[in-house]
Design a protein around this ligand. Structure first.
Ligand code: H2U
Ligand code: ZN
Length: 347
């Protein structure tokens, strides 16, 4: 029998019920990484032109307070509004639209313009974790909000508009497409197996350790078997909980710890501030409990072999299905090798 993992094969994503194509023979050697010398990042701790720095004016004329630590504000260019009137159209199920209410906010992680999550202390990241939880609770309690999406776009490669450390939260009426897909799959799995899809998946991964990147008492980071983005990871709560608001005090500390360690490993990979889009998938807030959902975050980084070589989802991937050359196992091994001391801190 040949080893399926050395041959072209398809892998199944049980969270979305989608397949991906893996072509491991296309990588001549298991690791094609290279370190490029990047000019040192010379951002000042305070930038008078930054719309996220304390005391500065934002677009539209609002001024940030002289904050210290985290700061949350209503997005000045919000994609969703709380007072949109309810309307619906449907022409034979082919031309359908429904109005959508919601709230969009921006969360600054730190008053310091020059920091990113891996530069911050675990205690300061814990303050960010607390804000993710507060926002989920506060926005989830609004009568027209049924889902709270916390996400971070980091780096120009991911379209982030500003290097000041920040993320966003969008809360809205309908459960968005990605979490809805994952909820459906988790619900179906529970109906047919009588257990939680991600609890069972964590068990398989912890048994093999091959795709585990790091873990602590309350969280596990794995390169999912079905990963599409080159250095994609999933951050999973060990305990079966559905939402950030279910995290205990000890779990919040553990989350801050693992976020720091994971983002440090990412930055050490190509010795740059590693771009990614990340986001939490949690239980909708429309009813409780929502027991099929297992709290997790996805990290989707676009970089492939160096700070300048990135993956684009084009061609076959746009028209057929996603494809990758580096296997999840190779990537997990590479991330496991990374130091948890930030390359910048020893310079
Ligand atoms: P990124 O997370 O992709 O960088 O986006 C930052 C958000 O900040 C973006 O949604 C908002 C933009 O609408 N923003 C403000 O709310 N006020 C500003 O003055 C500029 C940008
Ligand atoms: Zn700033």
């Amino acid at each position: 029998m040949t080893d399926i993992f050395t041959q072209p094969h398809r892998r199944f994503n049980p969270l979305t019920n989608e397949w991906i194509l893996v072509s491991p023979h296309r990588t001549q050697r298991p690791w094609l990484g290279q370190i490029e010398t990047q000019p040192p990042d010379s951002r000042p701790p305070y930038d008078p032109t930054c719309y996220l720095c304390p005391g500065n004016e934002r677009a539209g004329g609002k001024r940030n307070p002289p904050y210290d630590g985290t700061f949350v504000f209503e997005n000045d260019f919000a994609a969703l509004m709380s007072n949109t009137p309810a309307e619906e159209i449907d022409e034979r199920g082919l031309v359908r639209a429904t109005s959508e209410r919601g709230v969009c906010r921006v969360i600054c992680f730190s008053q310091r313009h020059d920091l990113t999550l891996p530069d911050m202390s675990v205690a300061d990241i814990r303050r960010v974790v607390d804000v993710w939880i507060e926002q989920t609770r506060e926005l989830g309690a609004l009568d027209f909000v049924n889902y709270v999406q916390v996400f971070e776009n980091k780096g120009a490669a991911m379209g982030a508009s500003n290097p000041h450390p920040h993320c966003q939260v969008w809360a809205n009426e309908h459960i968005p497409t990605e979490p809805a897909k994952e909820l459906r799959a988790q619900n179906e799995y529970r109906e047919s197996h009588g257990s939680c899809l991600l609890c069972d998946y964590i068990k398989i991964e912890l048994n093999k350790l091959e795709r585990i990147v790091l873990q602590n008492e309350h969280f596990v980071v794995v390169v999912p078997f079905w990963a599409v983005w080159p250095f994609e990871t999933m951050l999973l709560a060990r305990r079966h909980i559905g939402s950030l608001i279910d995290l205990t005090d000890a779990e919040r500390d553990a989350l801050a710890d693992i976020v720091k360690r994971l983002t440090t490993r990412y930055d050490n990979l190509f010795q740059v501030s590693f771009p990614y889009s990340m986001g939490w998938h949690q239980a909708p807030t429309e009813r409780t409990p929502y027991s099929e959902m297992h709290l997790h975050a996805h990290y989707y980084p676009p970089l492939l072999r160096s700070a300048t070589v990135r993956k684009f989802m084009v061609g076959y991937e746009m028209l057929a299905n996603p494809q990758r050359d580096l296997t999840a196992e190779t990537v997990a091994a590479r991330l496991r090798e990374m130091s948890e001391t930030l390359y910048r801190s020893s310079q």
